[in-house]
Ligand binder design. Structure first.
Ligand SMILES: [Zn+2]
Ligand SMILES: [Zn+2]
Length: 146
């Protein structure tokens, strides 16, 4: 346990979580300098993480979308790269709703669980289009049905 002593303050502190970011500490990697009104310090990697508005991954490297339907959203690099393409992020329910009947399943027969039916559905989807695991969902290239 580390105790906080006023006479020996931690110098290289993360201004968000108050953890030590000095060399050799767990929080040194990827820290960035941060200056605030009251004090100067750092931001550790964890406190810089941003939740991607599409895939809900926590990422350090993000882009802010300027214009279009996603205007103002913060996206991870992967999702940002997909903008302007016809790749969208889909979650398990989206995939079932959209492709269950398309691939010949009886509507309502595929449950939103990682069971055999769903894995078969994802396999079939992979067979006809680009599918990549992304965060809690999948990046799926659209437009193959046409
Ligand atoms: Zn921090
Ligand atoms: Zn993302």
């Amino acid at each position: 346990m580390e105790t906080f002593k006023l006479d020996r303050p931690i110098k290289e502190i993360c201004l968000e979580c108050r953890k030590d970011t000095s060399y050799g500490s767990d929080n040194h990697v990827n820290r960035i300098p941060c200056g605030r009104e009251e004090e100067d310090g750092w931001l550790c990697e964890e406190c810089q993480l941003v939740e991607c508005d599409k895939c809900c991954d926590f990422v350090i490297d993000y882009e802010c979308v300027d214009g279009g339907i996603d205007d103002g959203k913060l996206l991870c690099r992967d999702c940002f790269d997909d903008i302007g393409t016809d790749v969208i992020i889909m979650f398990i329910e989206d995939i079932i709703e959209k492709y269950e009947v398309y691939f010949g399943f009886v509507k309502g027969s595929v449950k939103p669980e990682y069971d055999d039916d769903f894995l078969e559905l994802i396999d079939l989807l992979r067979g006809v289009t680009y599918v990549e695991s992304r965060g809690a969902g999948w990046a799926v290239q659209q437009g193959f049905e046409k």
